[in-house]
Design a protein around this ligand. Sequence first.
Ligand SMILES: *Cc1c(COP(=O)(O)O)cnc(C)c1O
Length: 383
Amino acid sequence: MTWQQRIEQRLAEKRASDSLRIRQVNECGSGRYLINNGGRFLNFSSNDYLGLSQHPDIIRAWQKGAEQYGIGSGGSGHVTGYSLAHQQLETELAAWLGYPRALLFISGFAANQAVIAALAGKQDRIVADRLSHASLLEAALQSPAQLRRFAHNDVAALNKLLTASCDGQQLVVTEGVFSMDGDQAPLAEMAESARKAAAWLMVDDAHGIGVLGEEGRGSCFDQGVKPELLVMTFGKAFGVSGAAVLCSDTVADYFLQSARHLIYSTSMPPAQACALSAALKVVRAGDERRVRLHANIADFRRGLVQLPFSLTESHTAIQPLVVGENSRTLGLSARLRERGFWLTAIRPPTVAPGSARLRVTLTAEHTQQDIVALLEALYDETR
Ligand SMILES: *Cc1c(COP(=O)(O)O)cnc(C)c1O
């Protein structure tokens, strides 16, 4: 089979199983409304939980940063791409979350890949929640370490894996808030399991940072846990993009030697770091936004009782409506779109086969009326 034939065949398979992924061209894709093809849709699919992607102070900070530093960073942080703006943001993040150091990455995907690749060697074992994000599981699969997955949030299963003999070191990997289900990891128990096994804990808190805990410090702070490695991303509640890894001095120094995504990649624009420092201020002072968000979550869950979806464990901004089949999920998404709601269908392999879903994401920008309107539309379309 030629390259061309193989690729055509794979695309045909995707089409046949209703799992072909396509992108939508949006005039604006974040904030309360999504604008597509001249139409305005209530946006229940963005990760912009606090509505910061449109925040005037943050936009202005980015503009001012661009005027001061120019557009690009000019290189990897190891060459010329590490500026005062980057250093300041790292210092602020480390102080905010109570770690000696923070290192910036261009994305959460890159941060997870870099951390796991830099740490895990041949004798080591990575013990990961089986619903961990693709960036974590793929990095673990590519690493020379052994990968063992435990049943979702199952601490007994985690303990069992950790007590099996291991010649090297063990790394426990989980998310704080699970990206497709919205439920939270039992971090205190997991940290205790890791401690007993002399393993390190790595928490990817992409969806907890900004949303949970005092000043939005996230899942770990909320549960009184301090993992050796905390990954936070800026594409969700911070409303921008990029990521940071929080760790000790020694580990940060080691990553500077070994994290290939830092060494061989252009660092984020300094102006983006300026914007992120501004975003951090808004996140820290964002109690009002968090209160609105959590009120929206509670309203939505109350209304959900009337709908034919099972109520999940999620008390976060991510509220999955599991439909099942791909075609039915796509159909429901399309009918809601006709009524002015944007809810992207999430299908396998992002989620388990047979569990295609509409992943409702609530934000602080939604009003109570928005939530009611969505619930009514869902009620009509699923009766
Ligand atoms: C979004 C996400 C990432 C990837 O972060 P990006 O900055 O978008 O690359 C990693 N982990 C989790 C849990 C995520 O939800």
